[in-house]
Design a protein around this ligand. Sequence first.
Ligand SMILES: Nc1nc2c(ncn2[C@@H]2O[C@H](COP(=O)(O)OP(=O)(O)O)[C@@H](O)[C@H]2O)c(=O)[nH]1
Ligand SMILES: [Mg+2]
Length: 129
Amino acid sequence: VGVVFLELVEYVRVAWEKSNQILVLGLDGAGKTSVLQSLASNRVQHSVAPTQGFNEVCIHTEGSQLEFLEIGGSEPFRSYWDKYLPNGWLLIFVVDSADHERLPEAKKCLHQLLEQNPRLPLVVFANKQ
Ligand SMILES: Nc1nc2c(ncn2[C@@H]2O[C@H](COP(=O)(O)OP(=O)(O)O)[C@@H](O)[C@H]2O)c(=O)[nH]1
Ligand SMILES: [Mg+2]
């Protein structure tokens, strides 16, 4: 019984953590890591290295804790977006608003994400203005 109880506690903990996740997606170079770093440190920061894979940032605020998960935006990592989206309760989609050439690509990606997750709350972050 003890083991079953511990497993149950672990299950609830994982489920809670999953539902607590805010997903930060967008094309590579849009500024996802920079936005997260700025949020975490409360001052504007520009990241230097492109994210290979995943970048998890936890921000503690008064009485609550926010878990952000950035997934790399280059083609090979986009296949992971769909896998993680159902775990998130909010999607922050970061767009490089200065890169007009890639806006159609960003739009296509965002529309695909919304088609698959029509009920997911969305924030579009128009970065680099
Ligand atoms: N000018 C400008 N550059 C930015 C801004 N945000 C990010 N960058 C730059 O854009 C590049 C990609 O940023 P990064 O955060 O790594 O993008 P990510 O691939 O979406 O995580 C980096 O060279 C950043 O310094 C911004 O608001 N303004
Ligand atoms: Mg990044």
